[in-house]
Each structure stands twice: as structure tokens, then as C-alpha cells.
Ligand binder design. Structure first.
Ligand SMILES: [Ca+2]
Ligand SMILES: [Ca+2]
Length: 92
């Protein structure tokens, strides 16, 4: 392998890493943008607040994906604090 080949390999690897990093960042932003939108209709509304409230009082459980979107502060727990954060979002 010549020095030029090695250079080309290194540059292609760097470009691949940059593309992967960009995809991860874009995906992360997409996921973050969904936080609070429990029913996944594109916006955070009183319906999302009600869904979380019903789950917290044990009236109607949320699915795993809904729970992921309900975790407003991303601490892995769904609690009153997340409900409060959705309320703050609604009042903004
Ligand atoms: Ca929603
Ligand atoms: Ca939480």
C-alpha cells in the first residue's frame, strides 16, 4: 500500500465518521423535539398532559414509546416532575 493509498483510506474513514456523527446528532435532535408529545401528533397539547396525568394516577397506562416521549427531563423516570414540565411547555 502506498502512502497515497493510506491517505485516501484515512480520509474516507474520517468522512464516514463525520457522516455517522451527523446522523446521530440529527436523530438525537429529532428525539429531543418529540419530548412531551406523548401521542406523537407533532405538538405538545393538553391531550399529552392528560395522557401523562392518567398514567401517573394509574387510570390508563402508557406504551413504552409513549413513556419515552413523556420523560421530559430525560432522567429515565416518569413522574410528577415530567407532568410539571409539560404544563410549563403548555403555558409558554
Ligand atoms: Ca401531542
Ligand atoms: Ca423524568
Amino acid at each position: 500500500m502506498s502512502l497515497l493509498d493510506v491517505g485516501i483510506v484515512i480520509i474516507s474513514m474520517l468522512i464516514s465518521f463525520m457522516v455517522i456523527a451527523f446522523i446521530i446528532l440529527a436523530f438525537d435532535q429529532l428525539v429531543t423535539a418529540q419530548q412531551g408529545d406523548i401521542n406523537d401528533d407533532g405538538q405538545v397539547t393538553i391531550t399529552d398532559y392528560t395522557l401523562l396525568r392518567l398514567d401517573l394516577i394509574g387510570a390508563k397506562g402508557l406504551s413504552l414509546n409513549e413513556l419515552r416521549r413523556a420523560d421530559m427531563n430525560g432522567d429515565g423516570y416518569i413522574d410528577e416532575y415530567d407532568l410539571e414540565l409539560i404544563k410549563e411547555r403548555l403555558l409558554k
